[in-house]
Design a protein around this ligand. Structure first.
Ligand code: ADP
Ligand code: MG
Ligand code: MG
Length: 255
């Protein structure tokens, strides 16, 4: 049982006079086996939340705490966060010249587990998971992210999650740029991890579409750098009908 706790998190980007507060006091708890959807309009700070937990150097934590099973995540290096069981797809570089998917995955698994996975079982595991994600075996020999389509990038992201078996996975805009087939396959991968490794999921999205495939236990509406409303899956249905306008208006009136 793991628990990621975010308490009154404040985050800024930019320096000196250009510094701008993006996250304005975020409180959120994600436990093993729970799926939380964070939904909100573009520019509300959803990716900033993901990047801040990932330890991206562009984001300055100006207040609050993030802990995983009581350990201070914000004091950890990016590698330590991964070893602690946090999975953040975007912590990995956009393109890794000359490194195949297969080698990349093995290096990542070695970094997370502290030792290289046994070659024989590893090759089998990679094959099994790729087949589950309906990926061509030849994909393993391609260079990471070189010429990947949107769908291939997302499948690669979920493949990493399947193989690294994190305690808590943060998936940002997993549905963007996916056709319905890719969306189904990616969602099945996430759902499989929910079943077989009880992963806690923080699913960040602008659209309600993916929530038809990955049913969240909790939905949080994110507006102007903080959570404006919380509820169960029915809240996603309400958002699909009504959009974010009412929450944005309330938030602007409070500001
Ligand atoms: P979302 O993912 O909800 O669309 P973001 O977290 O990407 O929102 O962005 C929130 C706000 O922070 C936006 O106004 C964006 O322009 C700003 N922002 C995010 N990252 C940076 C950055 N690295 N430098 C400057 N501004 C940024
Ligand atoms: Mg505050
Ligand atoms: Mg975003």
């Amino acid at each position: 049982m793991s628990v990621l706790e975010i308490r009154d998190l404040h985050v800024s980007v930019g320096e000196g006079d250009d510094a701008k507060e993006i996250l304005r006091g975020v409180d959120l708890t994600v436990r093993s086996g729970e799926t939380h959807a964070i939904m909100g309009p573009n520019g509300s700070g959803k990716s900033t939340l993901a990047y801040s937990i990932a330890g991206h150097p562009k984001y300055t934590i100006t207040g609050g705490t993030v802990t995983l099973d009581g350990e201070d995540v914000l004091a950890m290096t990016v590698d330590e966060r991964a070893r602690a069981g946090l999975f953040l797809a975007m912590q990995y570089p956009v393109e890794v010249p000359g490194v195949s998917v297969s080698n990349f995955l093995r290096t990542a698994a070695t970094a997370v587990k502290g030792e290289a996975p046994k070659l024989r079982t590893w090759v089998k595991d990679v094959k099994t998971e790729m087949a589950g994600l309906e990926m061509d075996p030849a994909f393993a020999e391609r260079n990471v992210n070189e010429g990947f389509s949107g769908g291939e990038k997302k499948r690669h992201e979920i493949l990493q999650m399947r193989l690294l078996k994190p305690r808590i996975a943060i998936l940002d805009e997993t549905d963007s740029g996916l056709d319905v087939d890719a969306l189904r396959v990616v969602s099945e991968g996430v759902n499989k991890s929910r079943e077989d490794s009880d992963v806690g999921v923080l699913l960040i999205t602008h659209y309600t579409r993916i929530l038809r495939y990955i049913r969240p236990d909790f939905v949080h509406v994110f507006v102007n750098g903080r959570i404006a409303e919380e509820g169960g899956p029915e809240l996603a249905e309400k958002l699909e009908d009504e959009g974010y306008a009412a929450y944005v208006k309330d938030s602007n009136e409070q500001a």
